[in-house]
Each structure stands twice: as structure tokens, then as C-alpha cells.
Write a protein that binds this ligand. Structure first.
Ligand code: SAH
Length: 212
């Protein structure tokens, strides 16, 4: 890793409060330029969200780092991600846990993300076209769940698929309005929530995208 733009981005994330060295080195290892549209390659290491196909976005590196840090991953954990998009967040997660299960409603986005995982030699991500509101019940419970699109509230099926002792990170709020990254913790007694960071995400949309 000797690209000065990448080093500069990691330093910027550190200054912005990302202190988990595991998270920083996971970001350092994933070449973000492989995940952005080719005409945005020169902006791949700027700390901004960028457009991908179907009006979706690859999240801002700071937000990826913040949500990954908030998950407090362990190397043996199984993680469910909702909203594969470019695959960048899944690739970052894959370096920090045992296996990533990622769900995307656009088949074409998922196929491209799978191609990137193959090219980069990442073997611990499994993918599925589906409606992320429904999660991945056959593989549940998950110790960690990360949602990368905004929902009006933490989806019920996802809360149910969270293991006891587990953590879900989810942007909550209406699209175009104020949204916050929320941490949901599940214990024997039930669920507790706290708001961590104001954000702006594309909406979590119900159903799979037909023909795309
Ligand atoms: N994690 C992505 C960010 C993707 S943006 C990355 O690193 O690039 C959010 C993604 O969520 C979009 O690709 C969008 O199509 C997807 N999405 C929205 N609603 C969904 C749903 N109900 N189920 C699955 N994916 C959904």
C-alpha cells in the first residue's frame, strides 16, 4: 500500500476519530478505485460518497469506517449486510470477520460486486438477490447486521434475525430528511437503541428490482 492518496485518506479518517486500527487497516487494504465507476477513478480516495449504477451511491469512506467501527467486529463473527451496492463495504467487512452475507435488490449491481470480490481474491462473502427488509432467515441468527440504506425504523425481521448479544447498525429516517445511524443491541431482555451519527443515505426500498 504505497499510494499517497490512500495514505492521506487513512490519516484523514484517523483525525476524524476513527481510532480502531483494525478498521483502518481493513480500509487501507481494499482498493476503492475498483468499486467506483471508471470515470470517478480519480476521486476514489477522496472522503466523499460517489454515484454507482441505478441512482445508488458508494458511501463516504468516513461513514463506512464509522459504521464498521461501531459494529465492533470479532474475527469469528458472521455478519449480514443489507445493500451490497458496489460491494465496497462488504469487502471492508470481509477482512474483519469470518463471513459476510450480503443482500442487494438489483441483480446487476450484485453481479458486478461479485466480479470485484473474485478479482480481489475475497472468498468469504456470500451474496443474494433479495429484499433486505426480509433479511436472510435461513442463515440467521447473525452476531452483527449492517444496513447501508435508510429505513423509517429498524426493520422488524432484521431485529428478529439478530443474535442475543448482537449489534445492528442501521441508518434510520425518511429519505431526504434527517437520518441518524442507530445502534440496536439485543439482550436477553429485549432491544436497546442509541443514535450515533447524523447521515444521509439512499432509501431502503421494499421488494427486489424487477429486470435489473
Ligand atoms: N454498501 C454499499 C452502499 C450501497 S447504497 C457500498 O458499499 O457500495 C445502498 C444499496 O442498498 C443500493 O445498492 C440499493 O439498491 C440497496 N437497497 C435498497 N433497498 C434494498 C432492499 N430492500 N434490499 C436490498 N438492497 C436494497
Amino acid at each position: 500500500m504505497d499510494d499517497p492518496r490512500r495514505i492521506r485518506l487513512i490519516m484523514e479518517l484517523r483525525r476524524a476519530g476513527i481510532i480502531d486500527t483494525g478498521v483502518l487497516s481493513a480500509l487501507e487494504r481494499v482498493p476503492r478505485e475498483e468499486f467506483v465507476l471508471s470515470n470517478f477513478g480519480d476521486q476514489a480516495y477522496e472522503n466523499t460518497a460517489l454515484p454507482i449504477e441505478h441512482g445508488q451511491t458508494i458511501s463516504q469512506p468516513y461513514v463506512v469506517a464509522f459504521m464498521t467501527q461501531a459494529l465492533a467486529l470479532g474475527p469469528r463473527m458472521r455478519v449480514l449486510e443489507i445493500g451490497t451496492g458496489s460491494g465496497y463495504q462488504a469487502a471492508v467487512l470481509s477482512g474483519l470477520c469470518r463471513r459476510v452475507y450480503t443482500v442487494e435488490r438489483y441483480r446487476s449491481l450484485l453481479r458486478q460486486a461479485e466480479g470485484r470480490f473474485r478479482k480481489l481474491g475475497i472468498g468469504n462473502i456470500v451474496t443474494r438477490v433479495g429484499d433486505g427488509y426480509l433479511g436472510w432467515p435461513e442463515q440467521s441468527p447473525f452476531e452483527r447486521i449492517l444496513v447501508t440504506a435508510a429505513a423509517p425504523e429498524a426493520p422488524r425481521a432484521l431485529k428478529e434475525q439478530l443474535a442475543v448479544g448482537g449489534v445492528m447498525i442501521v441508518p434510520v429516517g425518511r429519505s431526504g430528511a434527517n437520518q441518524d445511524v442507530v445502534r440496536v443491541r439485543r439482550s436477553e431482555e429485549g432491544y436497546s437503541c442509541d443514535r450515533l451519527l447524523p447521515v444521509r443515505f439512499v432509501p431502503l426500498v421494499e421488494g427486489i428490482a424487477e429486470g435489473a
